[in-house]
Design a protein around this ligand. Structure first.
Ligand SMILES: Cc1ncc(COP(=O)(O)O)c(C=O)c1O
Length: 467
C-alpha cells in the first residue's frame, strides 16, 4: 500500500507520513507474506516481524562457514567467537553505549536479563526496591528477591485517565534511598499496556538520590531511538524478537559496568568462572560478560542479532517512529468516535488520548450499548475471523491493568485471602472475585511495517461491533 492509498484526511492530518513511504516498498519486497496471506498484524508489542532478507542473510552466514562452540581457541570456535563479539559491539553501537561504560550480556530474553539482575542485586534489610505500578511481571518478579533479603519494596502508583506515574509520589519516593545501601529503581521506558512513554529524565534524578536504575526497554526499543550516552541507565533488559522479529530466544542485559560490579551471582556455571575447584571448594568468577552468561551461548543465533540491528539502522528508527506515531494518532482519533445507535461509545480506551508521549500500543475494551464491557476473549475470537491478530488479557502488566480496570486493592486482598485461594487461583475464580468487572483488555499495536490498511481494518472491525 502506497501513501496515495491513504485517505486525504489522514494525509492532511499526518503530512509527514509520506516521508515513510520506503516502508511500503520494504513491506512489498521483504514482508510479502503478510499481504499474500491476508494478515492484519496488530501485535507488534507481542513480537516484531522479521524481513525475509534477515533470514536469508543469516542462512547465508551459516552456510558459508563452520562454527564451533565459542569456549575454545580452535579455528571454528574462533569463527563463532568473532561473530558473537561483533554482535555485542553492534548492540553497544545501536544504543550509543561506549564499551568503557557498558557491557552486553546475552540472555534468552528480556525476562532472563531481569532475572540476572534480581538474583544478583545485593538487596539487604537496609536496601530498597522501588518500582512503578506500570511494569511487566518480569520486573514485578524481582520484588521476590528483594523481599527474600528483607529489603523494602515500594510501588509508585499511576494516575488515571492518562496512566501517568504519580510524579509527586515518585519524587518523594526517590528521597527514600538509604545512602550507601543497595537501592534499585525500576520502570519501563514505554508501557507494554498503555503505550505511555515515561520520562527518561528520571534516570539522572534517581542517580542523584543514590539509586541504581533498571530501565525496561523491551517495549520501547522497537520504535524509539535510545542514546545511552545521554540517558545512562544502569540495567537495560531487551528481547531482540520484539525489535526485528528474528531470532527468537535471544535477549540481552545491557549493563553499566559500574553498577554491574555490585552484582553478586548466586551460583557459577560452565563459562562463568576462570577457575573452579572441587577439592579446594573454591571458584573464581570470570570478568563480565562471561560471568553472567551461563553455559554455552546460542552462538548460531546471536549473529542474526547483528543482521537485525543493521536492518533497523538501514531503515532508520526515526522513519519507523514517524510511521508508528501517525498510525497511532489516526487510530486513537477514529476509534474514539465510534458509537452505538444510542450514542454510547463502542470503546473504552485506556491511557494517553493523543499520540504524543506514547508509542504504538493501544489498550482498550469494547462496550455494549449499556456501557458494560464485552469479554475480551469474545473480541479476540471475532477479530480472528477477520485474520486480525490482536492480543487480549492483561499483557503481564497487572499493575497497569488493575488501575485501568478499576480493580481495588481491597477487592484483591479479599479475593486472595478467601478460603481455598491461598495457594491456587484459576483465571475463572479470579474473574468471579472481581465480580463482573473487566479482567483484561484488548491490545492493538503497530510497528515497523504497519500500514494505513492495517489500522483501517481494525477501525472497520470496531465499527462492525456497533449495535
Ligand atoms: C515491557 C516488557 N518488559 C519485559 C518483557 C518480557 O519479555 P520476554 O517475554 O521476551 O522475556 C516484555 C514482553 O512482553 C515487555 O513488554
Amino acid at each position: 500500500m502506497e501513501p496515495s492509498d491513504c485517505t486525504p484526511q489522514f494525509l492532511q492530518q499526518f503530512p509527514h507520513y509520506v516521508t515513510t513511504s520506503a516502508l511500503d516498498e520494504l513491506r512489498q519486497r521483504d514482508y510479502a507474506r503478510l499481504d499474500a496471506n491476508h494478515h492484519v498484524y496488530l501485535d507488534y508489542t507481542g513480537a516484531g516481524l522479521y524481513a525475509e532478507s534477515q533470514v536469508q542473510a543469516h542462512h547465508q552466514l551459516l552456510s558459508s562457514e563452520v562454527y564451533g562452540n565459542p569456549h575454545s581457541s580452535n579455528p571454528t570456535s574462533i569463527a563463532a567467537t568473532r561473530l558473537v563479539e561483533q554482535a555485542r559491539q553492534a548492540v553497544l553501537d545501536f544504543f550509543h553505549a561506549s564499551p568503557q561504560d557498558y557491557v552486553v550480556i546475552f540472555t534468552a530474553n528480556a525476562s532472563g536479563a531481569l532475572k540476572l539482575v534480581g538474583e544478583s542485586y545485593p538487596f539487604s534489610a537496609n536496601g530498597h526496591y522501588l518500582l512503578t505500578f506500570d511494569n511487566h511481571n518480569s520486573v514485578n518478579g524481582i520484588r521476590e528477591y528483594a523481599l527474600a533479603h528483607q529489603a523494602e519494596v515500594t510501588y509508585i502508583p499511576m494516575v488515571l485517565p492518562e496512566m501517568t506515574i504519580d510524579e509527586a509520589k515518585l519524587k518523594h519516593s526517590l528521597t527514600l534511598a538509604k545512602p550507601g545501601e543497595a537501592n534499585l529503581f525500576a520502570y519501563p521506558a514505554q508501557s507494554n499496556f498503555s503505550g505511555r512513554r515515561h520520562s527518561l529524565d528520571w534516570i539522572e534524578l534517581a542517580h542523584a538520590h543514590g539509586w541504581d536504575v533498571l530501565l525496561d526497554i523491551a517495549a520501547f526499543a522497537p520504535t524509539n531511538p535510545l542514546d545511552l550516552s545521554q540517558h545512562p541507565a544502569d540495567f537495560l533488559p531487551i528481547s531482540f524478537y520484539k525489535m526485528f522479529g528474528y531470532p527468537t530466544g535471544i535477549g540481552a542485559l545491557i549493563a553499566r559496568r559500574s553498577a554491574l560490579a555490585k552484582l553478586q551471582r548466586p551460583w557459577f556455571a560452565g563459562g562463568t568462572i576462570t577457575v573452579a575447584s572441587v577439592q579446594g571448594e573454591k571458584h573464581y568468577m570470570a570478568e563480565a560478560p562471561s560471568a553472567f552468561e551461563d553455559g554455552t551461548l546460542n552462538f548460531l543465533s546471536i549473529p542474526a542479532v547483528e543482521i537485525g540491528l543493521k536492518h533497523l539502522s538501514k531503515i532508520g528508527l526515526d522513519v519507523i517512529h514517524e510511521r508508528v506515531h501517525d498510525l497511532t494518532g489516526w487510530l486513537l482519533q477514529e476509534l474514539q468516535h465510534i458509537n452505538h445507535n444510542n450514542g454510547a461509545p463502542v470503546l473504552k480506551i485506556y491511557g494517553p488520548s493523543g499520540a504524543e508521549d506514547r508509542g504504538g500500543t493501544i489498550a482498550l475494551n469494547f462496550l455494549d450499548p449499556n456501557g458494560r464491557v464485552i469479554d475480551h476473549r469474545f473480541i479476540e475470537e471475532k477479530a480472528n475471523q477477520h485474520k486480525i491478530s490482536i492480543r487480549t488479557g492483561c499483557f503481564c502488566n497487572p499493575g497497569a491493568g488493575e488501575i485501568a480496570l478499576g480493580i481495588s486493592s481491597s477487592e484483591l486482598q479479599t479475593c486472595f485471602t478467601r478460603p481455598g485461594h491461598s495457594a491456587h487461583l484459576s483465571y475463572d475464580e479470579y474473574r468471579l472475585c472481581i465480580d463482573g468487572k473487566a479482567s483484561g483488555a484488548v491490545r492493538v499495536s503497530v510497528g515497523l511495517v504497519s500500514n494505513f490498511a492495517d489500522v483501517q481494518a481494525f477501525i472497520e472491525f470496531a465499527k462492525s461491533l456497533a449495535q
